[in-house]
Design a protein around this ligand. Structure first.
Ligand code: F3S
Length: 397
């Protein structure tokens, strides 16, 4: 891989050990994947933040690094609400370790906002064809697919290295030729809301890491595309998808996609099987309900607030969002919390140990539905947001 004189100096160690390590990681990845050079990135999102997932070894690794990131950088969700961790049953030892991890990232100049929806943050805007180094799979999918930006599926160390160097190796999804759809999925009936999470859950399982192009009966809303991408990234390893006539590259007149030879149609009965999980008695009744995977937008908070107005929950009901979205929508948060539900920031049902004492979680997210059993050791069932609210209220469904 070609390196400029400056980059070579960094790799030699002239700019310190941390930057030498970071450059070494980028060059190694570039060499493995056949990159010609490093390219500048606009922003980084660093995953591997929760103490639940990185433990003491991760904390030690981050704490040893020195330097300052060169591009705006934020964090993936942590293992707890950084301000109100007590109210979701986080113990003091975990909280102390989690706060040390956040401080170690802050020492590197990384913004301590912890979210899988960095595209909602002020000052973190993403444009068409921007190069990024993002680490959380749903955010990667949203950036690549819905925003038309370009990022590989970065791991924690590679996203952090890219943030410190301000560049990434030019391979994979940074190259236009690697962004062409190679699988066609047709859905001939109307979908709405969490149907997109169910669709993503099914599609991801079928296509693995392929790049699908969807043909849908109508254009989805951005929250629906957020759910679709998150679910496909979890049940499969999809980092980029297109929707004919909707997503930026599928609308770009300068890009012509050949029709993929692999094609499937998804039937309504397949979507129904995902919802049927909620009626499968072997999973048991949910003893906790969570929404906000990926983190809720303002519009999703509005919908939940409306469904809860004047009502009281009888089960634990946690709604995950970023602190910035919560702070900008304090009235909605307070309306939701009047019901006894909790709006929880900086974390989520999967990367936090908070939900581990429950036995069955109801979710409206295909990603959470896929990950909760393995990551939290409990059953998961899937429902619409309306059904999740009814479950939390103890209403007959
Ligand atoms: Fe975000 Fe956690 Fe879901 S990181 S996409 S809320 S599993």
């Amino acid at each position: 891989m070609y390196l400029t004189k400056e980059e070579e100096k960094t790799l030699r160690g002239d700019d310190g050990e941390t930057l030498q390590k970071a450059m070494g990681i980028l060059v190694a990845l570039g060499d493995i994947y056949g990159a010609d050079a490093l390219i500048p990135i606009k922003s980084a999102q660093v995953s591997g933040v929760s103490y639940k997932t990185i433990g003491d070894a991760g904390l030690e690794w981050i704490s040893d690094l020195k330097g300052t990131v060169k591009v705006p950088s934020v964090l993936n969700p942590a293992g707890m609400d950084l301000q109100n961790w007590e109210r979701i049953n986080i113990d003091v030892h975990f909280a102390k370790k989690q706060l040390e991890i956040i401080q170690a990232f802050k020492n590197l100049g990384i913004d301590s906002k912890c979210t899988c929806t960095p595209y909602y943050l002020d000052g973190f805007e993403v444009g068409y064809r921007d190069h990024l180094a993002w680490g959380e799979s749903s955010a990667i999918s949203y950036a690549n697919s819905v925003l038309g930006a370009r990022t590989n599926r970065e791991g924690g160390p590679s996203a952090l290295s890219a943030a410190l160097v301000g560049k990434t190796a030019d391979y994979g999804f940074h190259k236009p030729e690697n962004r062409i759809p190679n699988f066609e999925i047709t859905v001939g009936f109307e979908l709405s809301g969490s149907d997109f999470g169910a669709l993503g859950f099914i599609a991801g399982k079928m296509i693995g890491n392929k790049i699908p192009i969807f043909h849908l009966t109508k254009a989805p809303a951005s929250d629906e595309m957020k759910m679709l991408g998150a679910a496909m990234a979890a049940s499969g390893a999809v980092a980029l998808y297109h929707i004919a006539g909707v997503t930026p590259e599928a609308r770009d007149k300068n890009i012509v996609f050949d029709r993929p030879s692999e094609r499937i149609a998804i039937e309504k009965s397949q979507i129904d099987t995902v919802y049927a999980s909620a009626d499968n008695s072997s999973a048991g009744r949910p003893d906790i309900v969570t929404v906000g995977c990926p983190h809720c937008s303002k519009e999703e908070l509005e919908q939940i607030a409306k469904l809860l107005t004047g009502k009281t929950v009888v089960k634990e009901f946690w709604i995950f969002t970023s602190r910035e979205v919560a702070n900008k929508n304090k009235n909605l948060v307070s309306e939701i919390e009047k019901s006894g539900a909790k709006v929880v920031c900086d974390t989520c049902m999967v990367v936090s140990p908070a939900g581990d004492k429950y036995s069955c979680m109801m979710v409206n997210s295909g990603k959470a539905y896929a990950y909760v059993p393995g990551m939290c050791g409990m059953k998961s069932v899937f429902g619409t947001v309306e059904r999740c609210v009814k479950e939390a209220l103890g209403e007959n469904i």
